[in-house]
Design a protein around this ligand. Structure first.
Ligand SMILES: CC(C)(COP(=O)(O)OP(=O)(O)OC[C@H]1O[C@@H](n2cnc3c(N)ncnc32)[C@H](O)[C@@H]1OP(=O)(O)O)[C@@H](O)C(=O)NCCC(=O)NCCS
Length: 129
């Protein structure tokens, strides 16, 4: 799993209990997963289809640095299934896990379209072509 993105928990990211707001973390994850899916599928046209159970294991506090990890686990015909883990960079404790996040490659009218990808890529050169 690659932990590419780090976030510094700031006052605007907190809930009423003074810990990291779950909704904020899910927004960060959805964006991170979307960028990962775009690179893997080779298209900017992909949408979030499904997220499995989210297991909040521990929290984070203001000033903590967290890191978001994403990995492709299944390349379907039009879909890509990812798995996710978020952990505290300082304590290395897991904050949450999501078993499955599914993205679907879509055409101009929003219908699923085959992406033709079968394995993880480590290059995003096509973005600049
Ligand atoms: C994504 C969307 C185009 C898919 O349309 P659909 O009619 O459900 O498509 P299909 O049934 O043909 O499924 C497409 C792929 O998704 C997979 N899929 C569909 N529902 C799934 C689910 N609940 N869980 C896991 N995978 C699922 C299918 O297995 C298929 O994968 P494959 O082609 O790799 O085998 C449509 O549901 C949609 O537009 N949803 C809204 C997306 C969106 O706006 N997301 C942003 C959130 S606000």
């Amino acid at each position: 799993m690659n932990f590419y993105t780090r976030k510094w928990v700031k006052p605007e990211d907190l809930n009423a209990h003074g810990t990291l707001f779950g909704g904020r973390l899910l927004a960060w994850i959805d964006e991170e997963a979307a960028i990962y899916a775009i690179i893997q599928l080779g298209t900017l046209s992909c949408v979030t289809k499904y997220m499995s159970e989210i297991n909040f294991v521990s929290s984070a506090r203001q000033g903590d640095i967290i890191e978001l990890g994403i990995k492709a686990v299944v390349f379907g015909h039009t879909s890509l299934t990812l798995t996710c883990e978020v952990r505290n960079k300082i304590t290395q404790k897991t904050i949450l896990t999501i078993d499955k996040i599914v993205f679907v490659s879509v055409d101009d009218s929003g219908k699923p379209v085959k992406h033709g990808r079968t394995e993880i890529t480590y290059t995003d050169e096509w973005l600049r072509e």
